[in-house]
Ligand binder design. Structure first.
Ligand code: MLT
Length: 410
């Protein structure tokens, strides 16, 4: 008799974004012809940059010629791409990352969930609330939790509430947390961590011998000068942190798939005898066993992001999305909402008032304005009452959505 993984049964409903998709389709089916504007899931809408597309085509052509054809690539990713990442993402910030510390993958979503495999199930995991739902859901699937409680929290997870009064920054817990997920710029609140805030987390991890899983998928959207883009800009972080980065939002690769994870060689966790052992060989083992690498044309396309022309083109698209974020912020503020984010992140996080819940606002905006956003409570109980708009949208849609929303009475 085959047994299923009963941890999956603990999950409350479908994953957030398919659930939004389901509700939107239901509405669209019963209201045919309605012009629905989608600013829910953070999915890019602008095409890949010309330099990226050119390199992508060249990569495909190479695969069509027996002299340049390539079969399996290195599981960890081609060196040409890892070299460019090390130089452009890290050396420019005075951070040294060895090429073999970089693992190219098909997405940070997968990596931030899969990374749990190299950690024992007895670790106490701390997760901000609200945050990207993959961290909690993967923790539940891995059997690291009990059941969900009335307050919406799973037993066994140390939640780190990020509240409006606390500026949406998670507080350092008094108690032990062995593994801590941090996401900056934050999805969904758009908050960033300052150097001193990150330093406090690094110091905590050094003292408690914890590991920080640092999701920096949105670092390219930081506009303020002093905000760190990488956790490795903080002294000591190489001993306590794994960093996740992605080409998805930075360069429009959500459909193309390319990301990378950095595991410094000095990063250690403890075996059953309490001896410290490096984590790098474990992830290397996992990656080479369960993954065969990102396709050559995609890695070639990702490398073009770092060409002089590619950098400019990619930056123009980032600026376009951030102008959308500014339009969203301005309009929502003028409409009387409390607005956060949108300055160092492509997400605008807002509150309509204390009297309306996130999913009720979702329904109201869908029905009365035909505009889709993401309910804050979908990112965790502390997101209740809030709502997120993604700036990854076409300009005319953003402007039209804001016109419609101004007319909705909340
Ligand atoms: C989001 O909308 O929160 C993200 O785009 C989803 C993702 O990146 O997987």
């Amino acid at each position: 008799m085959a047994h299923l993984n009963s941890n999956y049964l603990k999950l409350q409903s479908g994953y957030l974004f398919p659930e939004i998709g389901r509700r939107v389709s239901e509405y669209a089916n019963t209201h045919p012809g309605t012009d629905i504007i989608r600013m829910g899931i953070g999915d890019v809408t602008r095409p890949l940059a010309p330099s990226v597309i050119k390199a992508f085509h060249e990569g495909v052509e190479e695969m069509a010629d027996v002299r340049t054809f390539r079969g399996y690539g290195p599981e960890q990713g081609y060196e040409f791409l890892r070299e460019l990442i090390s130089k452009n993402e890290y050396e420019t910030r005075n951070v040294h990352v060895d090429l073999d510390e970089i693992f190219i993958s098909d997405g940070s979503k997968c990596d931030t969930g899969n990374i749990q495999e190299i950690f024992g199930t007895d670790n106490r995991i701390a997760i901000p609330d609200p945050v990207y739902p993959v961290y909690v859901d993967s923790t539940v699937m891995a059997g690291r939790t009990g059941y969900i409680q009335e307050n919406g929290y799973f037993e066994g997870i140390k939640y780190l509430p990020c509240t409006e009064s606390g500026g949406f920054i998670p507080e350092i817990p008094d108690e032990k947390a062995d593994i801590i997920y941090l996401c900056f710029p934050n999805n969904p609140t758009g908050t960033v961590a300052t150097r001193s805030q990150l330093k406090r987390w690094v110091d905590y991890a050094l003292e408690r011998k914890s590991i920080i899983l640092f999701d920096a998928a949105y670092e390219a959207f930081i506009t303020e000068m002093d905000i760190p883009h990488s956790i490795y800009e903080i002294e000591g972080a190489r001993n306590v942190a794994i960093e996740f980065r992605s080409f998805s939002k930075k360069a429009g690769f959500t459909g193309t798939r390319c990301a990378f994870t950095v595991i410094p060689k000095e990063l250690k966790a403890f075996n059953d005898r309490g001896e410290p052992l490096a984590l790098h060989p474990l992830w290397y083992r996992r990656h080479t066993t369960k993954f065969n690498g990102v396709s050559y044309p995609v890695q070639k396309a990702a490398a073009a992001v770092y060409s002089e022309k590619g950098k400019k083109e990619v930056q123009q698209v980032i600026d376009y999305y951030m102008e959308n974020a500014a339009i969203l912020r301005e309009n929502l503020l003028e409409t009387g909402y409390k607005v956060y984010g949108g300055i160092n992140a492509p997400y605008v996080w807002f509150k309509a008032g204390d009297h309306i819940k996130s999913w009720d606002l979702f329904d109201k905006l869908l029905h009365e304005a035909n505009v889709v956003g993401t309910p804050g409570s979908g990112f965790g109980p502390s997101g209740e009452g809030f709502f997120r708009f993604s700036a990854f949208a076409d300009r005319d849609h953003v402007i039209e959505a804001m016109k419609r929303i101004r007319k909705v009475k909340i």
